[in-house]
Design a binder for this molecule. Structure first.
Ligand code: ZN
Ligand code: ZN
Length: 368
């Protein structure tokens, strides 16, 4: 039959080609985002065994129908209703294909679960397979990029809607504004927040990952830092903006200027073939020259996709080269303890023609 190749067939075949040189006869995929990527299945508690020309999902009765609907034609091993342990069901799948040497994802298994697998499948030669599907996921296809674009559009529309509903000049709490923003994202089409929304201002914004406070009040004159994102059909956006009144205090403006210069320099470096660490170095150099280098305490960016932090990581020790189709954040920040924090975060697509900035809101949202 000349049926069009399904998503799971296409992606499992690509994984198998990718694994070609490795001495394994099958790969056991356990990281939920990797299972989703390879199959399109949106549930959880499911493993995937991939070998040459065959893929088997190992799940339980709750997901049998959903798997048939979302991944038509994919072979299934469904755990018995009497509480068959996952490792026993994996054993059934492994015996079905007769593999002896199996790649596994050590970063997705607890020690306990791995020991159970080893005991349930004596004689299997387990080969660690780190960041393999993650590397495939790093380069997005057109459909994935479309979903990320939609996740960005939802997040950008949502903050406009939230600012219409909550008057920041009335000094609401961080929790109040974040709650309304989250609700707006859902009303505008997000299935979820991409991560826990961050809203903070002044000295609290100087804590790069402050937890939301139910009592701290937002003061526009200190600059309100908002880091948020939406999830649409599994794919996320991740943005950070500063929200301020019409007059920005001079010391705060100096931080904003330095961060924007670092952002622009880093984005300009985003091209296929460029080492990820050199993008990070570029942002760091600009902030160093502005005298803020030691107040930039995290990496310059990360990939986004099915997860908020995924390959490639743009940080000093990264040995990844950028490729066309990667979508990364660029998010330099300066955090002056006890005073101000400024971070601006864009989502950028790497293309042969250069960087395409997907986010479109101005870096500082000025409320008049
Ligand atoms: Zn962010
Ligand atoms: Zn980020």
């Amino acid at each position: 039959m000349a049926d069009e190749e399904r998503l799971w067939q296409r992606r499992c075949r690509r994984l198998w080609e990718w694994l070609g040189e490795r001495p394994v006869e099958a790969a056991l995929i356990v990281v939920p985002a990797n299972v989703r990527y390879l199959t399109g299945f949106t549930g959880d508690s499911t493993y995937l065994l991939v070998a040459s020309g065959v893929a088997i999902a190992i799940s339980d009765g709750r997901y049998e129908q959903q798997l048939q609907e979302e991944c038509p034609g994919l072979e299934l091993v469904i755990r018995g209703t009497t509480g068959e342990p996952m490792e026993e069901a994996v054993g059934r799948a492994v015996r079905r294909i007769g593999a002896g040497r199996i790649g596994y994802e050590p970063h997705g298994l607890t020690c306990d679960r791995f020991q159970r697998l080893q005991m349930a499948l004596p004689g299997i030669d387990w080969q660690p397979m780190e960041q393999v599907v993650e590397q495939l996921r790093a380069v997005k296809d057109a459909e994935e990029i479309g979903r990320i674009r939609e996740a960005i559009a939802v997040a950008e529309r949502a903050i406009g809607a939230a600012l219409e509903q909550v008057d920041l000049r009335a000094q609401p709490t961080e929790c109040r504004f974040a709650g309304v923003l989250n609700m707006c994202m859902r009303e505008l089409g997000a299935e979820d927040e991409a991560f826990e929304t961050i809203v903070a201002c002044g000295a609290r914004a100087a804590l790069p990952h402050a937890r939301l406070s139910r009592t701290a009040r937002l003061r526009l004159e200190h600059g309100v830092l908002c880091d948020w994102g939406a999830r649409v059909e599994g794919y996320v956006s991740d943005l950070t903006r500063l929200i301020a009144g019409p007059k920005i205090a001079a010391p705060l403006q100096r931080l904003v200027d330095a961060v924007l210069a670092a952002r622009d320099a880093a984005i300009a470096r985003l091209r296929p073939g460029v080492p990820a660490r050199s993008v990070d170095a570029e942002a760091r150099k600009v902030l160093d020259e502005a005298g803020f280098g030691r107040f930039f305490k995290h990496s310059t960016g990360h990939g986004i996709g099915l997860e908020v932090h995924e390959a490639p990581l743009l940080r000093p020790n990264s040995d990844v080269e950028l490729r066309s189709g990667m979508v990364v954040t660029i998010e330099p920040g300066v955090y002056l303890p006890g005073r101000y924090g400024v971070r601006i975060e864009e989502d950028v697509l790497v293309t042969e023609q250069g960087p395409e900035v997907l986010t479109s809101l101005p870096p500082v949202i000025v409320l008049t």
